[in-house]
Write a protein that binds this ligand. Structure first.
Ligand code: GLU
Length: 310
């Protein structure tokens, strides 16, 4: 018997939901008829005060951007409430995007002029190393391995690894239940690495993006999707009748702003900017109209690291 003939009514509905998510992910094609990105209209978003006459002569990245006339920022485009690209307008939105914009304003660049570039989890370090982007804001966990390759401002948010399953699944309630299960995550991500190291009996499946994993979950090609709870909450909020998060977060994922490894001047300026926007209320305003929409009230932002130059 094939999977199609076995498909129940509810599974067929899920397959349709998967198609909807696929359409949402197919942003690069600017597909007509894709569901609109949920969230505030641009005029409801906070406005960040543009720093006048700001200079950062010790930062090679900043000087290059100044010459170019705008910042180039790496981001995600398929993570609801965090980093999403509207297929119709090409506009990026979400909490990570707001963080990128507030920092841009503090660095003296009008946030409207930012050129966003979608960069997948596995390609972030290379993009920063070869100058493809000036900084990166996209659910990017700070850790010591990555610090050997890039620098991190922040953290600006604390996430934790979670599990997303189909609503009718009553077998998976936490990472301890993953033996023999197909678990999907993004290549090059910390959640992927953690399953590989700590739950070796899980059958790992890797794609470039989590939205492809979610499509595979909705069509029962995989049993679970694992990544940060903040990301999973967004997918679950899109199809609340189909998907649920299970268990408690089983890691700490402090989100940082990735900068080129040797550009300490830029890293410290990013930290200063973040501190200022946390203090003046911009951080909370931005959270409330983006990630806050997935149902979790604004937490206190984590303490900024500002680790010494090395
Ligand atoms: N925060 C995790 C990481 O940086 C997972 C999310 C992502 O892949 O962007 O690897």
């Amino acid at each position: 018997m094939t999977r199609t003939t076995r498909m129940s009514g509810s599974r067929a509905a899920k397959a349709l939901a998967a198609l909807a998510l696929t359409a949402l992910a197919a942003t690069a094609c600017g597909k007509e008829g894709s569901p609109p990105v949920k969230g505030p209209s641009p005029d409801q978003l906070p406005k960040y005060q543009l720093a006048q006459g700001f200079q950062l002569p010790d930062s090679a990245t900043w000087k290059k951007a100044k010459k170019r006339g705008r910042l180039v920022v790496g981001a995600k485009e398929d993570q609801p409430y965090l980093g999403e690209k509207d297929p119709a307008t090409g506009r990026y939105s979400g909490f990570d995007i707001e963080i990128a914009k507030m920092i841009s304003a503090s660095l003296g660049f009008d946030p409207k002029t930012i050129e966003f570039k979608t960069i997948a989890s596995a390609n972030r370090e290379t993009a920063l190393q070869n100058g493809q982007i000036d900084y990166y804001v996209g659910t990017y966990t700070i850790n010591d391995n990555r610090k050997k390759l890039v620098g991190f401002g922040g953290p600006y948010y604390m996430a934790g690894q979670g599990l997303l399953v189909n609503k009718d699944d009553d077998e998976i309630n936490g990472p301890q239940d993953l033996d023999g299960k197909k678990v999907c995550s993004a290549a090059g991500s910390t959640p992927y690495q953690r399953i590989q190291a700590d739950y070796p009996k899980a059958v790992l499946v890797a794609y470039d993006t989590y939205s492809i994993c979610v499509d595979n979950l909705l069509t029962y090609q995989v049993d679970a999707v694992t990544t940060d709870d903040a990301i999973l909450q967004g997918y679950a909020a899109k199809v609340p009748d189909e998907l649920k998060l299970v268990g408690k977060p089983f890691s700490k994922e402090p989100y940082g702003i990735g900068v080129p490894r040797n550009d300490n001047a830029l890293r410290f300026a990013v930290d200063d900017a973040l501190a200022e926007h946390e203090k003046n209320g911009d951080w909370k305003k931005a959270y409330d109209v983006t990630l806050g929409l997935s149902g979790v009230p604004a937490p206190e932002p984590p303490a900024i690291d500002r680790y010494p130059a090395s």
